[in-house]
Design a protein around this ligand. Structure first.
Ligand code: NAI
Length: 338
């Protein structure tokens, strides 16, 4: 067996982590023969709950789980880690303004960025899930200048999965018969779920989604709003936010980043916008279609045609991310030229 890798999960006493940790510990993310040491970070008042989670992980008797280290210290959690999944964030409380939430959360990610910079491996793969995920990922990156900027990503895979599942249901095919759905932009209600380049495999043939669905009005209307508002719909129904599906999105994102994407397929990841060819301003963590190689390196897929309808949608979500970034930099007094 190979040497264990070290994987940190933050917000480890929370509901997404409860659905996620088992999948990591049993080899669904980093491979079925890769042992892992898991470091679990949460805040001091949650250490009792976290110890319960540690007991359960132990009781799962999983051979790949070499060790579990619970802590409330980011520098312990991130010491020498190969991957860091940043789920922990402050939830929105009643009466809290969006800006207050942003302010509280970017501070958390500033602290965690500094800790990663100081103690993590320089090739650590960082996935930010805690909201506002894209801007939190940008702040984490900003405060970890010794780690390459490409190593910071935000999760839009849950949105991609939601979009893929909507199309699959509409075409009465399994979800894996739908590929290359794109989520552009922010993990928020301004995101643009785009199926113009996506394909459905049905009855042994590959069809563009528009030809398979045959309902342009739905694809340009309710389909988009259903995906954009799916998180809110789950909260309204469950009285709790998406956790099982968020954990599945994390597994899919990290697994593809670790092992590579399938030939001919791309996946959506929030990545640094610098150098993109889609007219999105630099210094944003923006969701783009990406292809990942077996050595963990990824590239934004270039050359996809953007029509007027798509251009408008990309600009809306880029504007929101630019405003979030500028607010975050102002709160933290970050020099945007650094
Ligand atoms: P939760 O409230 O059940 O758990 C969050 C955990 O984070 C709590 O245990 C809390 O104590 C911990 N935490 C708070 N501050 C921390 C800090 N400074 N360091 C370490 N841990 C800290 O929330 P849940 O449902 O697990 O969601 C977590 C985050 O994920 C939320 O921000 C949520 O909005 C976001 N989310 C993102 C999705 C995406 O697609 N990007 C999808 C669903 C949720």
């Amino acid at each position: 067996m190979s040497e264990p890798i070290r994987v940190a999960v933050t917000g480890a006493a929370g509901q997404i982590a409860y659905s996620l940790l088992y999948s990591i510990a049993r080899g669904e993310v980093f491979g079925p023969t890769q042992p892992v040491v898991m470091t679990l970070l949460d805040i001091a008042p949650m250490m009792g709950v976290l110890n319960g989670v540690v007991m359960e992980l132990m009781d799962c008797a999983l051979p790949l789980l070499s060790n579990v280290i619970p802590t409330d210290d980011p520098e312990v959690a991130f010491a020498n880690v190969d991957a860091a999944i940043l789920v922990g964030a402050m939830p929105r409380r009643e009466g809290m303004e969006r800006k207050d939430l942003l302010k509280a959360n970017v501070k958390i990610f500033m602290v965690q960025g500094k800790a990663l910079d100081k103690v993590a491996k320089k090739n650590v793969k960082v996935l930010v899930v805690g909201n506002p995920a894209n801007t939190n990922a940008l702040i984490t990156k900003k405060f970890a200048p010794s780690i390459p900027k490409e190593n910071f990503t935000a999760m839009t895979r849950l949105d991609q999965n939601r979009a893929q599942a909507q199309i699959a249901a509409r075409c009465a095919v399994p979800c894996n018969s739908v590929r290359n759905v794109i989520i552009w932009g922010n993990h928020s209600s301004t995101q643009f779920p785009d199926v113009r380049h996506a394909v459905v495999s049905k009855d042994g043939k590959d069809l563009p989604v528009y030809d398979a669905v045959k309902d342009d009005a739905w694809l340009k209307g309710d389909f988009i709003t259903t995906v954009q508002k799916r998180g809110a719909a789950v909260i309204a129904a469950r009285k709790l936010s998406s956790a099982m599906s968020a954990a599945k999105g994390i597994v899919d994102h990290m697994k593809d980043w670790w092992a590579g994407t399938k030939e001919g397929e791309y996946v959506s990841m929030g990545v640094i916008s610098d150098g993109n060819t889609y007219g999105v301003g630099k210094d944003l963590i923006f969701s783009f279609p990406c292809k990942v190689a077996a050595d963990h390196s990824y590239q934004v897929v270039g050359g996809l045609d953007i029509d007027t309808f798509s251009r408008e949608k990309l600009d809306i979500t880029a504007k929101e991310l630019t405003e979030e970034r500028d607010d975050a930099y102002a709160f933290l007094e970050v020099d945007s030229n650094l």
